[in-house]
Design a binder for this molecule. Structure first.
Ligand SMILES: Nc1nc2c(ncn2[C@@H]2O[C@H](COP(=O)(O)OP(=O)(O)OP(=O)(O)O)[C@@H](O)[C@H]2O)c(=O)[nH]1
Ligand SMILES: [Mg+2]
Length: 299
């Protein structure tokens, strides 16, 4: 039996639905999704293995113009994910198509995408009518160099089988990269910190979600069904710490409860969660801190 396997990078503007698409293709909530932009910060591998193929999806941060060190790191993650790809899925929000922007992105990343197969996915088709979609699809097919165009709704799981078949058509032949039961490259600890960060995106406003980093400092199975987790929420300023904690600790308590419930669902076990808020001045511009943190060495 011929086996196929390869790396498929999911790439696109913030909020296009990259992480939603990854989760829908895996049928598993791996990567966090939020209505705010810049939800995903690191590349995340999601591995789909069947009898005769293994697709290693890479979810990436939304394309952005970096304004601080953290965003420079995010842009590097995008570029290296494109370079590693056998196949690129460029996903766009079909309800907000901007063909000039699409051209600009093609130009900006042409070095990384050079000679690679590319599929354009028009997502969120549940929000528009067919008569609005068809002319855009035609325009893209005629004027852009994509190898295929697939309209989908990641959120409503529509037309994803077609997308999977198109991916398989372009996937190279080869042995699997990972064992059959591997789902991702990141440890459980990482997803725990992501769940907490997603709750901060949901419950706090303005610059707060963008000024924090979450660091799981302890992750211990105390018994078969109970996990103790400690996590630091690192902010940039005293004023942010006060907001995170809230009056009499009420906001932090709510954050802890909401996070715990979601983490319990993710791990399938009971969780005892403690959150601590710490200040690390201007960490978003601290290259060394970001590098150490991302490699798991930050204290
Ligand atoms: N109506 C509709 N909404 C969708 C669809 N796919 C994603 N969304 C919503 O779009 C928002 C952004 O989705 P994400 O998956 O977080 O987008 P992303 O591209 O990963 O965003 P970043 O990580 O910030 O770059 C969320 O509110 C999703 O629920 C879709 O097919 N239809
Ligand atoms: Mg995302």
């Amino acid at each position: 039996m011929v086996k196929k396997s390869g790396f498929v990078t999911i790439f696109g503007a913030p909020n296009a639905g990259k992480s939603t698409l990854l989760n829908a293709l895996l049928n598993y909530n791996l990567s966090v999704v939020n209505k705010k932009v810049q939800t995903t910060r690191d590349r995340i591998l999601g591995i789909l293995t069947e009898e005769n193929y293994q697709i290693v999806f890479i979810d990436t941060p939304g394309i952005l113009e970096p304004k601080y060190e953290l965003q420079k790191f995010m842009l590097k993650e995008i570029k290296s994910s494109l370079e590693e790809a056998d196949l690129i899925i460029h996903i766009i929000d079909a309800a907000k198509i901007n063909l000039d922007k699409l051209k600009k992105i093609d130009e900006e990343f042409k070095d990384q995408m050079h000679n690679k197969k590319r599929i354009i996915v028009l997502n969120k088709v549940d929000l528009i009518t067919k008569s609005n979609l068809l002319p855009v699809m035609e325009n893209i097919s005629e004027n852009f160099g994509y190898d295929d165009t697939v309209p989908v709704s990641a959120a409503k799981v529509e037309n994803l089988d077609t997308l999977k078949n198109v991916i398989l058509k372009f996937l190279p032949e080869g042995e699997f990269f990972f064992s059959k039961d591997t789902l991702t490259n990141k440890p459980e600890k990482f997803f725990v910190s992501e769940i907490i960060r997603e709750k901060i995106l949901t419950y706090y406003h303005e610059e707060i979600p963008y000024s924090i980093i979450v660091n799981v400092t302890e992750f211990k199975e105390r018994s078969e069904n109970l996990i103790f987790i400690n996590a630091d929420i690192i902010v940039e300023r005293e004023s942010q710490k006060i907001i995170i904690i809230g009056k009499g600790g009420s906001s932090l308590k709510k954050l802890g409860n909401k996070s715990r419930l979601e983490i319990e669902k993710f791990l399938g076990k009971k969780v005892y969660l403690e959150l601590f808020v710490k200040i690390r001045k201007d960490w978003r511009n601290n290259k060394r801190f970001i590098r150490d943190y991302k490699s798991g060495d930050a204290s």
